[in-house]
Design a binder for this molecule. Structure first.
Ligand SMILES: Nc1ncnc2c1ncn2[C@@H]1O[C@H](COP(=O)(O)OP(=O)(O)O)[C@@H](O)[C@H]1O
Ligand SMILES: N[C@@H](CCC(=O)OP(=O)(O)O)C(=O)O
Length: 386
């Protein structure tokens, strides 16, 4: 197997302490997986897989967001890559390459690799967002390694996320990760694209993603990459808004991988100071609730939510006002002693379902509805008290 050599620019970055984390997303770009310009190669994937394995062995959880399906597909059917139907051809290439991509990752791990393909709609629609979150969380609980990609085969241009840097940031927020690691073919963020400007200076840490900073970021440096540094900074901004730190490092560099293995970092840390909890609570406090929608609870549930920060279970629910869907933001009110606004949060069940399971034990949800989305009608992480 080829051993990657450090790129000269790597020495420009100074080693610094890396983040402390328990759950992370690792985004791996096509530039690393199809590095030789042909199909997929294990050349750099192996080092990244070792990084993942070492962390899994420490009890940490990792979701990989992996690009490379289109590049892999191109190698399977080179003629298709040059044919005249770009959209359908790209989608066909993604379908061909995706199987190879999962095969590549599975080679490195004893634990099962789970393929998760997401579309823009899955992440926009709150119900599907919650379903994607539930599936990914379950896959982690089961000890599998989820490998996520955009479902390029069904996403047409207008509906595409388009780049996996942003998809990875959304997935990081979705699973409540502490860190988004973006492995790419360059050592980190520079003051300009160093492939074009040899005077470009390394930027080891970023505390705010400003328009000036975004202006430094150029496009992709390879024939297989999408978006270049710009989409990475957009992704870092998205992650930061959810209180998640982003780390950019060179997945081709043994020195960068060595540093990570020792809890250090050679690359760029993007931390804006927003904590995850503060970001989530801010969002929960400010996203509009469905007009006229409320879950009505009894005084005991109101006390448990307000005093102990408990999740809301069906047993403490009296009823539901208005109409809302699973995934909607709703008020939680108590009318036992006048009307008291207790909290607001994301309901795991629709208004109709809640009316049917109100006052029942959690174990009866399945028998009552014929399905269940878990015992919590509103999970405490999805709720802010008022
Ligand atoms: N300011 C910058 N700092 C570092 N890299 C930059 C900058 N501007 C543009 N780039 C380019 O971004 C590329 C990485 O993005 P990309 O090719 O999309 O890779 P990936 O496939 O890993 O997503 C680098 O190889 C580099 O050419
Ligand atoms: N979903 C596409 C990758 C899109 C993308 O963002 O690529 P990259 O810039 O290499 O991370 C694929 O698997 O080919």
């Amino acid at each position: 197997m080829n051993v990657a050599t450090d790129t000269p620019a790597c020495s420009a970055f100074v080693e610094q302490p890396g983040p402390v984390w328990r759950r992370a997303v690792l985004k791996v770009g096509s530039s690393l997986l199809a590095a030789d310009g042909g199909g997929l190669t294990p050349r750099f994937a192996l080092g990244l897989a070792q990084f993942v394995s070492a962390n899994l062995a420490l009890g940490r959880e990792v979701v990989i967001v992996s690009s490379g399906a289109v590049a892999a597909g191109r190698a399977v059917l080179p003629k298709l890559a040059d044919s005249g139907a770009p959209m359908a051809a790209r989608q066909a290439l993604a379908a061909l390459g995706q199987a190879q991509l999962i095969g590549l990752w599975q080679r490195f791990f004893d634990r099962p690799v789970a393929q998760v393909l997401l579309t823009h709609d899955d992440l926009r629609n709150r119900r599907r967002y919650l379903n994607a979150r539930a599936t990914l969380t379950e896959l982690l609980r089961l000890g599998t390694l989820p490998v996520v990609n955009e479902n390029d085969t069904v996403s047409v241009d207008e509906l595409k996320l388009g780049d996996n840097d942003n998809l990875a940031a959304i997935v990081a927020a979705l699973i409540d990760a502490e860190v988004l690691f973006i492995a790419t073919d360059i050592d980190g963020l520079y003051s300009a694209n160093p492939r074009i400007d040899p005077a470009a200076q390394p930027i080891g840490s970023v505390a705010a993603i400003t328009p000036d900073l975004l202006a430094l970021a150029g496009g992709s440096g390879s024939s297989v990459g999408t978006g270049g540094m710009r989409t990475k900074l957009d992704a870092a901004a998205k992650a930061a808004a959810a209180g998640i730190e982003t780390v950019l490092f060179n997945g081709t560099s043994p020195a960068a991988l060595r540093a990570l293995a020792h809890g250090q970092l050679l690359g760029t840390r993007i931390r804006t100071g927003q904590t995850r909890l503060a970001a989530r609570k801010y969002w929960l406090r400010h996203v509009p609730a469905v007009a006229g929608a409320a879950i009505v609870v009894d005084a005991g549930a109101a006390r448990a939510i307000g005093g102990k920060g408990a999740s809301l279970l069906p047993g403490g629910i009296v009823g539901a006002d208005g109409e809302f869907a699973r995934g909607d933001m709703v008020e939680i009110v108590c009318r036992d002693d006048g009307t008291q606004h207790v909290a607001r949060g994301i309901s795991q069940y629709s208004a109709g379902d809640i009316r049917r399971i109100a006052r029942r034990h959690t174990r009866d949800i399945d028998a009552t509805l014929g399905y269940n989305y878990g015992e919590n009608v509103v999970h405490r992480d999805d709720m802010v008290t008022l």
